[in-house]
Design a protein around this ligand. Structure first.
Ligand code: PLP
Length: 429
């Protein structure tokens, strides 16, 4: 593949946009090379500025679960665009999507729409602090909850990719209120509660982590978090920005049968437009302005175009009883077949997978926390990434990200992907 146009576009962008991109991981900084500039997307495929096409395993970092530019979602957007882009006033549509979600997701009574996953998590933490009257939160190393200050402490995703998980600009005052524990290490959580009695407002977790690569919660880890939060009057927040409407319609709460006090959403809930949301029981959500005193607002919150795209996407998923089974089957096939090919090539690896999230770690050990994710062979990953790209498969450009499998990936795309893996030439230089 040739990347002349992408290369020229990147040079131009670099002059006007910090690092040439509007979100760091897009710059290919850790894998090296020229970031590919995209110009269109349809179904399972992306087309770049040089007219190369790729099977997409990023899917806009999760939102495009149906595949790109689904015709029914597109139709909804056209209808709404004729009516108006944004009103800054309530619409019936907002209640329609809120009601639909609440009726179909366990354990939530109210939901507030925002415009990104970052906003959702940031607001959920503020609400937890306002509700409990406490300052501290527990977060897990390698989990990413957006780029608000409280979370940029040993964060995963782009922050881990660039090796600066503690961002300059986060004050020590803010950092001291974020307590860290290792993912899947319940003893550390117990220690934190023991040493900070009556001070922890909330524990926030990606119930299946996708920002240190895909890492699964072990055994009763989530259940134990539920228990310790109850015992200590802290809230349990599930960050379901990735897992919501992806692992199951009711997300990880439904899949693992663990109730969270607050749940955050993003990605799929907006059908490809900028949306986030946070939700919980009445007794907590009633503390939010204008009913309660915890302030949170947004010029474009509940934007009608975004609500239309989101609602149609969720309806299409909900009305398809085989949807999640199908996605899981696709992911299982990819896991099994990629694993087989890598084994035949003698390449040590581990594949973590849940639902339609999956990561290939080049590691001899299983990966169940951030330390282990960091120990994986990332230079080999970078090599794998570039060879896959050359062979028409667009993987996340970092070993600290999950693949997002969409419903547009069918047998043909699986075969093409496996063919690319077969061509992978392993060199340990
Ligand atoms: N939470 C999780 C689990 C995420 O994966 C992300 C983004 O990838 C966020 C929060 C932040 O969402 P956004 O990028 O929409 O601000």
């Amino acid at each position: 593949m040739k990347y002349q146009r992408s290369s020229a576009l990147f040079d131009e962008a670099y002059k006007y946009i910090p690092g040439g991109v509007n979100s760091p991981v897009r710059a290919f900084k850790s894998v090296g090379g020229v970031p590919v500039f995209m110009k269109s997307a349809k179904g399972a495929y992306l087309t770049d500025a040089d007219d190369n096409t790729y099977i997409d395993y990023i899917n806009s970092w999760g939102p495009a679960i149906l595949g790109h530019t689904h015709p029914e979602v597109l139709e909804e957007l056209k209808i709404q665009a004729e009516k108006g882009f944004s009103f800054g006033a309530p619409t019936e549509l907002e209640t329609e999507i809120a009601k639909f979600i609440i009726e179909n997701v366990p354990n939530i009574d109210q939901i507030r729409m925002v415009s990104s996953g970052t906003e959702a998590c940031m607001s959920a933490i503020r609400l937890a602090r306002g509700y409990t009257g406490r300052d501290k939160i527990v977060k897990f190393e390698g989990c990413y909850h957006g780029h608000s200050d409280s979370f940029l402490i040993k964060a995963g995703s782009g922050a881990a990719t660039f090796g600066n998980p503690n961002s300059p600009g986060v004050t020590s005052g803010t950092a001291k209120d974020t307590l860290l524990a290792r993912y899947n290490d319940f003893e550390q959580v117990q220690d934190l509660f023991r040493h900070n009695p009556g001070e922890i407002a909330a524990v926030i977790i990606e119930p299946v982590a996708g920002n240190m690569g895909c890492v699964l919660p072990e055994n009763d880890f989530l259940q134990n978090l539920r228990k310790i939060c109850d015992e200590n009057g802290a809230l349990l927040i599930f960050d379901e920005v990735m897992t919501g409407f992806r692992l199951a319609f009711g997300g990880a709460q439904e899949l693992f049968n663990v109730k969270a006090d607050l749940v955050t959403y993003g990605k799929v809930i907006g059908g490809g437009l900028p949306v986030g949301a946070f939700a919980g029981r009445n007794e907590i959500m009633d503390h939010l302005a204008p009913k309660g005193g915890v302030y949170q607002a947004g010029t474009l919150s509940g934007n009608p175009l975004a609500m239309r795209a989101g609602l149609k996407t969720l309806q299409l998923i909900k009305n398809d009883p085989e949807f999640f089974n199908r996605l899981e089957k696709t992911t299982e096939t990819l896991d099994f077949e990629i694993g087989k090919i890598l084994n035949e090539k003698g390449i040590a690896h581990r594949i973590n997978r849940k639902g339609s999230m999956m990561s290939v770690f080049f590691h001899i050990k299983s990966v169940s926390n951030f330390d282990e994710a960091q120990e994986a062979n990332h230079s080999l990953f970078n090599n794998f990434f570039h060879q896959m790209l050359q062979n028409g498969v667009y993987l996340p450009p970092s070993g600290y990200e999950t693949y997002f499998i969409s419903d547009a990936i069918k047998d043909k795309e699986i075969d093409m992907t496996l063919e690319a893996v077969r061509k992978f030439e392993y060199s340990n230089k």
